[in-house]
Every structure is written in C-alpha cells, then in structure tokens.
Design a protein around this ligand. Structure first.
Ligand SMILES: Nc1ncnc2c1ncn2[C@@H]1O[C@H](COP(=O)(O)OP(=O)(O)O)[C@@H](O)[C@H]1O
Ligand SMILES: [Mg+2]
Length: 249
C-alpha cells in the first residue's frame, strides 16, 4: 500500500519542460520534504500530485482517502470568521452541523486557536494566526495526506519554529503522510522522514536522503549539524540555494 505514487510525470508550460519523468512514492504516514531552488518546479509538482493540474505525461495514483493543502499564503475567505474558514470544507462536503462543530473544535485545538480567535475575521488576525487557521482548515477533514507548499516561508524565525512543532505534533497524532515543500533545509531535517532534492538542470529529482535522526531527537544542535553536513559534504545539496532560474538555459 502506498499513499502517493508519481510515475513518469512530465509537465511543460508553453513548450518549456519543467518536470521530466518524475517518479516518487510516498508511504502511508511518511513525511517527505521536497527541497530545491526557486523556480525548479516544486509547486508544479505539488499541484499535479494534489490533482489541481493535470500532468501532460505520466501517471498519478492517490492511495490516500482525503488530502488537505496548505499554501504559502493562508488564502482565507475574508468575509468569514476563523471558525467559518476552518469549517468551510465540511460545509462544502455537506457534513451536518453537529459534526461540523465537533470537527472544527478539534482542528482548532490541534493548532491552539481558542474560542476568542475563532470569532475573528482574517483582517483581525496576525500573519501567524492566519496561517494557523489555514492549517486547521486543511486538517479539519481529517486527511491522511497533507500537501504543504512552503507554508512558513513568510513567517519570522520564532513563529516558523512554532508552526513546525505544530505540524510535527499533528502528524504524530493523526499519522498523516505528507509532501512538504520548503527551500529551508533545516525545516526539512526537522520535519521529514526523507528529503527529496529537485534540481532544475535535470528537470526533476536529483536524489534523496533518509533523515537518520530519530523524530524525537531533533533538537537544534542535531538539526544544525545535519544541515551543515549536507551542505558541506554532500554534493546532492550543492545547488539547493541557487536562485536565478534563468541562469541555466
Ligand atoms: N502557470 C504557469 N504558466 C507558465 N509558467 C509557469 C506557470 N507556473 C510556473 N511556471 C514556471 O515554471 C517553473 C517552475 O515553477 P514552480 O513550479 O512554481 O517552481 P517552484 O515552486 O520550485 O519555485 C518556473 O520557471 C515558473 O516560472
Ligand atoms: Mg513554489
């Protein structure tokens, strides 16, 4: 049984190939981080994997029941309260009021939003609170797979850290599998079981590494040491901080 299989996926925009025969398999409960420089096709891959865009070639097999998605911007409905935003997917799915209430409560608890916050509108919430609401909205459907597309990039260091802990905690409790896009290697090491590296020059995945640290043993020192080792000693990571996507034709 596999949670997600990408098999020979290719994609081009206006004739320019971004992804060339990508193959990736994610097991149930496994959190895979996808790292790579800006413009290498990470979001395109997530959108294909989540069924938002159709790949031009290859096959996608979703072995999970339900997924949630968390993007870089919270993408909340401005006219709905935090509670309304979180319960929105349930409303769309026709879930009854009592169940909606219970599930919304549970999702809000997972991300530590209290009753007071739930009655606020997005404009009344800080950036971090809005992203919490977005996470709760993704988790409210009790997904067994979650897609994360650089969800914490715009948050400051301390907040980012809190959010990572929240994801680690939620993943441990709910045992969902996930694909977590980030260009922050420390974030990848903290959160994931396996790091998959994308590279624009191969228009796809250039390699992967299993994160050998135990999930419970990833304190700052261990994470920092792992990142330094990857960056200094492992050629797979030598291009992950390239930023100019036009440099390589
Ligand atoms: N809708 C689109 N139309 C045309 N080009 C696109 C579109 N989306 C992304 N691209 C291009 O495809 C490449 C990969 O983009 P993207 O998947 O967003 O990369 P990443 O998420 O790694 O930064 C980039 O060069 C980007 O400009
Ligand atoms: Mg992106």
């Amino acid at each position: 049984m596999t949670a997600l299989v990408l098999d020979g996926i290719s994609h081009a925009y206006f004739g320019r190939t971004v992804l060339d025969r990508i193959t990736l398999r994610i097991l149930p409960g496994e959190l895979v981080a996808l790292v790579g420089p800006s413009g290498c096709g990470k979001s395109t891959l997530v959108h294909i994997a989540g069924g938002l865009i159709e790949p031009q070639r290859g096959r996608l097999t979703q072995g999970y029941r339900r997924h949630g998605m968390i993007f870089q911007e919270p993408r909340l409905l401005p006219w709905a309260t935090a509670r309304g935003n979180i319960s929105y997917p349930l409303r769309v799915a026709g879930v009854d009021r009592t169940t909606r209430h219970d599930l919304t409560r549970r999702a809000a608890d997972l991300v530590s939003l209290d009753r007071k916050d739930l009655d606020k509108y997005p404009v009344e919430l800080s950036g971090g609170m809005r992203q919490r609401v977005a996470i709760a909205r993704a988790l409210v459907v009790e997904p067994d797979f979650v897609f994360f597309d650089e969800p914490f990039t715009s948050l400051d260091v301390a907040l980012k850290r809190q959010m990572q802990d929240l994801v680690i905690e939620a993943a441990t409790q709910s045992r969902f599998a996930g694909l977590f896009v980030t260009h922050d290697l420390a974030e990848a090491v903290r959160i994931s079981d396996r790091i998959v590296v994308m590279d624009e020059r191969v228009r796809g995945i250039s390699g992967e590494r299993i994160v050998s640290l135990e999930r419970g043993a990833r304190d700052d020192a261990a994470v920092f040491a792992a990142v330094q080792t990857y960056l200094k000693e492992d050629p797979l990571f030598s291009h992950i901080h390239d930023t100019d996507e036009r440099r390589i034709a």
